[in-house]
Design a protein around this ligand. Structure first.
Ligand SMILES: Nc1ncnc2c1ncn2[C@@H]1O[C@H](COP(=O)(O)OP(=O)(O)OP(=O)(O)O)[C@@H](O)[C@H]1O
Length: 399
């Protein structure tokens, strides 16, 4: 069986954000057959959108996205961002200045993580947001995909200041895809997305802003500001379906684990990943992929020279950048938009230590080979962030 997909990165997000090292900000592609053959056809539209002037101050992300048009991307994204006034989270609501009122839709997933979203939001977060001027309409998701439907149909005029997601990376990803799937996506993508992390992992918030508890997230939201984040797109060529993401796209072992883990969500909650990992490890299939990628030219960023050297040698003559092909057995392929730091775990290792969430490129990690021993060594090394030193691991920045 073969599948083909295309990745394009044609946008950036300003503000804060959405997740995954696990996640659903990441796309999970996997097969359960013993031998997998995938054709990977990736196109990354290289323009970076301008960033918010207020950075790293909140969980609000504001997207500016122009899909599939590299030429006019920069001009299409020059509009000024809404100016979020910083307010004191402790101020009394009666003193809230005119203009500081922020009307937002809150999408709450009651099933996220340990299913504590309701408790966390109503007991610890809501009052703080109210005090800082948020006027909220709260909708609880009733089924998987509900957040996407809400984001794709919401009246943008009713909630001009954004959507706050109370949940994990999956909910954020649904909102992202809902907004980008609208007919008026060019307007919708300017809507900020905020996150109150109550999910299993919330890698996006943790990685990019260093915040993992909901109260800190609420305070960050109250303070205002944006964090720019690139958006990448994964297009399944055969079906024509496109998914957007902020965190990563996984293929091979990790993708299979994420997929399998969904079977244990109800029983195990966040511990489902460990159970699925052990099961998949014990029944490890062989994964065979054909990957084509466009390495980032070292000329564009001298600091990246070392990282891309290996691949750059393979580029064609005349300074013309060409695709690099890798074919064979892989334990896994990671395509990361940020360095992917899991919010849980003792050592908090990162998968792609050089990945930047706002640099207009993706970091590709190819784990060559097959077999449990190699996989075990990879994950042990990963715990100490030594995995890139392994001879069968290739790391390259790609467009
Ligand atoms: N009411 C619901 N019932 C069942 N599934 C839901 C419901 N609401 C949302 N979902 C699904 O649950 C998925 C996971 O939700 P979410 O990301 O909030 O939590 P999580 O998986 O615990 O956290 P993380 O994504 O950080 O690991 C979402 O992608 C969504 O499709």
């Amino acid at each position: 069986m073969s599948s083909s997909w295309q990745v394009s990165c044609s946008a950036a997000i300003n503000g804060f954000t959405s997740n995954t090292c696990h996640s659903r900000n990441y796309y999970q592609h996997s097969h359960t057959t013993s031998l997998q053959s995938w054709k990977v056809d990736r196109t990354l539209l290289p323009r970076k959108l301008r960033k918010s002037t207020q950075r790293n101050t909140s969980f609000f992300t504001q997207m500016k996205f122009v899909p599939h048009c590299s030429s006019d991307l920069s001009t299409s994204c020059r509009e000024e961002l809404p100016n979020y006034l910083a307010v004191d989270v402790l101020q009394d609501q009666s003193n809230t200045r005119k203009g500081a009122v922020r009307k937002v839709l809150v999408i709450l997933n009651p099933n996220s993580g340990f299913r504590s979203s309701r408790d966390v939001f109503y007991k610890k977060v809501q009052s703080k947001l109210k005090l800082s001027g948020f006027v909220m309409e709260v909708v609880e998701t009733a089924y998987a995909g509900h957040a996407k439907v809400l984001a794709s149909t919401v009246d943008l005029n009713k909630f001009p200041d954004g959507i706050i997601c109370v949940g994990g990376d999956g909910i954020v990803n649904e909102v992202l895809n809902g907004l980008l799937g609208r007919d008026d996506f060019e307007v919708a993508i300017r809507l900020p997305i905020g996150i109150i992390p109550t999910g299993s992992d919330n890698s996006l918030v943790w990685t990019i802003l260093g915040i993992k508890d909901p109260v800190s997230a609420a305070i960050a939201l109250a303070k205002g500001g944006f964090t720019p984040i690139d958006v990448f797109a994964v297009k399944w060529i055969q079906s024509g379906v496109t998914h957007f993401g902020l965190t990563a796209s996984y293929y091979g072992f990790v993708a299979d684990v994420l997929q399998l883990s969904e079977n244990f969500r109800l029983q195990l909650g966040p511990f489902r990943y460990v159970a699925a990992g052990i099961l998949k490890f014990l029944s490890l299939p062989q994964y065979k992929f054909e990957v084509e990628y466009l390495p980032l030219s070292p000329g564009k960023n001298p600091e990246l020279k070392q990282q891309t050297e290996k691949c750059y040698e393979q580029l064609s003559d005349g300074g013309k950048v060409s695709w690099v092909t890798r074919k064979g057995e892989f334990l896994g392929i990671f395509v990361c938009n940020h360095f992917c730091k899991p919010a849980r775990g003792l050592l908090s290792p990162v998968i792609a230590p050089k990945a930047q969430h706002d640099d207009g490129s993706l970091d590709l990690i190819l784990v060559h080979g097959s077999g449990r021993l190699k996989l075990f060594c990879f994950f042990i090394a990963y715990q100490f962030c030594w995995h890139l030193l392994l001879p069968y691991v290739e790391y390259v920045k790609v467009l």
